[in-house]
Design a protein around this ligand. Structure first.
Ligand code: COA
Length: 702
């Protein structure tokens, strides 16, 4: 599906709706294409003919003589379908529909009609509701954005037109070159994932920046992101955090999954770098597009101020930049560059007396030394600090080493310094006014290369008794139920191989006693009724029953309280279960997410799940390495490692449970949510126990 070559390298472009009026979009697109240096055929189409932006216009697309790979459509919405029909007859390959007035305002049927027709006739649709496409390779600026775009290594895919147009302007001021910028708008056909699949194989594109609002085909996007990040850095800005789906969800997994954290975790799983702000994203682009791979996690900070040095060390910890700490080697390397009252420890402090010459010396050492993987160079304005001369050193060193060793700069000071920063940034040097901005870029570079290696984990195959699971689910659905009873959920656990407490359902008092004797004391008893969901609230659960008499009394008490609290409830019986030994209480869940398909969750279990929100998510399938990273990023993880002399817990069994729940959700479309809370985790080798299992049916309920 990534055959978008002619979208980025068209041989001829028709602009339908090419206006004679320079203030109109149809005129501006023609003017931009012409002035951008595009060398293929430019064919303005206007029923009145004449000339548009100095080019002869055709009265209709049929009058165009050459091949038309792209038709840019800028006619009012009511005329778009007829225009598309004409394009089909002219064998156009790609439709770039700028026109607004479709699904974004509820006119979904017309949009669908256009896309269906286009696809039936072998055309792909970009848009509608977009500002167009820029492709440096073809020198094609088929947008109504700024005219003068600087070609370079960054590809931008944006859902928001306005933000995209502003990014073009901003990247120009910041001197960030673009390989392409594509607006996806309503993404009725071509979406971010399609574009990513194409861009990831283009050598001229060094990295990708995506601005995403809503995700439609999340599974496809995840696949494309995983592949793309193996080839080049991908930075994503995502806005639009819907909590509505979360409110409607019936399980913890669902309500927690509605938050932005899911997206955050999933992009992390894909090796994507997430930016919150546009400026931050552009800083990352500038740096990541050119920076070489660092050797080892061993950065050196060079500074003339102790304070900024400490800040940079803090920022390094925050953003995962390891600092080189072989003190002997540091003293040997920097001893000749640092005055006696300075420090060769990392941060290397040249002191407030440092001049540009001192920086030159220290940078020279750090950049040449093979043990040092990257350099963070900081400067504070002092009377000894000549901003002009410092800028000279920065330019010289950056030019000499930019392809060999990653380096970032941060300088803090008055007007001369500010001017110097702007000038150097325009020259493409990664220099920042804020230490944290500089170090966060370095951190992103390390994290990108770390993830590339880490993502190569193998995805294990998970087998379970699919027939048994589908049989239980089918029977419940046939009775019109949208959830499974506890004993049915337990049977499903049996079919997938997750241990549950021993239990049986008793339909009368004598059987209850018999069950308790068989299971072994102490036992717990719980009411079984589809009308009673919150059993404890109505006296439907009694724990720690030690003998026959307590079971007899408990049976009567449960029946009495439940009949009183929910008079119309049909009570099927009472579940008698083994009392579970305590362990680390975790929650493990899986659900079918509307955007991303099957997702799995792990976190702190118990009754405070939603208060603590100590959970992490991943899309399924995932590698065991990824499942481990999902567990280890929660605050619950140290409990599993064993705190205060406790034994390490059976983490492998937790990983296996996560995989099994994911496999069930993927393999059984009738199940929408599975959640085990608590999943008791015992000492290493002692396994896990799924104490309470909740299973919801009904496909997609996100
Ligand atoms: N074939 C070819 N040309 C046609 C045509 C057709 N079927 N129908 C109309 N035209 C010509 C018109 O004659 C006009 O040319 P002229 O100015 O020389 O007479 C030109 O196309 C434009 O048509 P017009 O009716 O004037 O429309 P418009 O320029 O006011 O608006 C759009 C057209 C597409 C720009 C407008 O409908 C729209 O959607 N605007 C929003 C775009 C947007 O914001 N997109 C998202 C950005 S992120």
């Amino acid at each position: 599906m990534s055959d978008l070559k002619y979208l980025f390298e068209p041989r001829g472009v028709a602009i339908i709706g090419a206006s004679h009026n320079p203030e109109k979009i149809g005129y501006q697109v023609v003017d931009n294409i012409k002035n951008g240096g595009y060398r293929g055929g430019i064919y303005p189409v206007n029923p009145r003919g004449g000339r548009v932006a100095g080019i002869d216009a055709c009265g209709s697309i049929f009058e165009v003589v050459g091949d038309v790979d792209i038709a840019v459509i800028a006619v009012p919405a009511v005329h778009v379908f007829d225009t598309v029909k004409g394009c089909a007859r002219k064998n156009v390959k790609h439709l770039v529909i700028i026109t607004s007035g479709f699904s974004e305002i509820g006119n979904t049927s017309e949009e669908k009609r256009i896309v269906a027709f286009a696809r039936d006739h072998g055309m792909r649709v970009l848009g509608p509701n977009i500002f167009g496409i820029y492709s440096a390779k073809a020198r094609l600026n088929a947008t109504f954005g700024p005219q003068d775009i600087r070609p370079g290594g960054v590809s931008i895919v944006t859902q928001s037109g306005a933000i995209g147009i502003s990014m073009i302007g901003k990247s120009k001021i910041e001197n960030i070159g673009l390989a392409s910028i594509v607006s996806v708008g309503n993404k009725s056909d071509i979406d971010e994932a399609d574009l990513l699949e194409y861009i990831m194989d283009q050598d001229d594109s060094k990295m990708v920046l995506m601005y995403i609002e809503g995700i439609v085909r999340g599974e496809h996007l995840v696949e494309a992101l995983v592949k793309a990040t193996k080839k080049k850095p991908v930075v994503v800005i995502k806005s639009g955090r819907s909590k509505r789906g979360a409110m409607a969800a019936a399980s913890h997994t669902g309500s927690l999954a509605g938050t932005d954290e899911v997206f955050d975790d999933i992009v992390k799983q894909c090796g994507v770098i997430r930016a919150e702000k546009i400026d931050e994203a552009l800083d990352l682009c500038r740096f990541l597009a050119d920076a070489p791979k660092p050797t080892g996690n061993s950065s050196v900070i060079i500074t003339n101020g102790g304070g900024v040095g400490v800040m940079a060390a803090d920022a390094s910890e925050k953003y995962g930049v390891g600092l080189y700490d072989n003190q002997v080697a540091l003293r040997d390397a920097f001893g000749g560059e640092v005055p006696d009252f300075g420090s060769t420890k990392n941060p290397v402090d040249l002191t407030g007396a440092a001049t540009a010459k001192d920086y030159d010396g220290a940078l020279g050492v750090a950049l040449k030394d093979k043990r040092i993987g990257s350099v963070i160079c900081l400067g504070c304005e002092t009377s000894m600090f000549d901003a002009e001369k410092f800028a000279g050193v920065v330019t010289k060193k950056y030019d000499a080493y930019k392809k060999k060793k990653p380096i970032v700069f941060s300088v803090f000071g008055g007007e001369a310094v500010e001017k110097g920063i702007s000038r150097l940034r325009r020259e493409g040097i990664p220099i920042f006014g804020d230490v944290y901005d500089a170090v966060s870029c370095m951190g992103a570079l390390y994290s990108y290369h770390r993830d590339r290696e880490h993502n190569s984990g193998v995805i294990p195959e998970v087998n379970f008794d699919e027939r048994a699971v589908k049989g239980i689910v089918g029977a419940a659905k046939a009775k019109g139920r949208h959830f499974l009873f506890a004993h049915e959920a337990q049977e499903i656990m049996g079919a997938v191989g997750i241990t549950v407490p021993r239990s049986r359902v008793a339909r009368d008092i004598d059987t209850a006693v018999k069950c308790a004797q068989d299971i072994g004391y102490p036992v717990a008893m719980k009411v079984v009724s589809k009308e009673i969901i919150h059993k404890s609230d109505v006296g439907g659960v009694l724990l720690d029953l030690d003998n026959d008499d307590e079971v007899l009394a408990a049976y009567e008490s449960i029946m009495h309280s439940c009949r009183e609290a929910v008079p119309n409830a049909h009570i099927e019986g009472v579940e008698v279960a083994e009392m579970v030994q305590s362990g680390v209480e975790t929650i493990v869940g899986a659900r079918r997410d509307r955007a991303f398909g099957p997702i799995v969750m792990f976190g702190l279990g118990g009754i405070y799940v939603e208060v603590m929100k100590d959970v992490s998510f991943r899309v399924y399938p995932l590698s065991t390495v990824e499942a481990m990273s999902m567990i280890s990023e929660t605050k619950t993880y140290p409990l599993l490692l064993g705190v205060r002399g406790d034994e390490r817990k059976d983490i492998d069994s937790v990983v296996s449970a996560i995989m099994k729940l994911g496999a069930v959700i993927k393999g059984c479309p009738d199940i929408s949510d599975i959640e085990i809370n608590p999943l008791m985790v015992y000492d290493q080798g002692q396994g896990i126990k799924a104490v309470d299992v909740r299973i919801l049916l009904g496909g997609d309920n996100s």
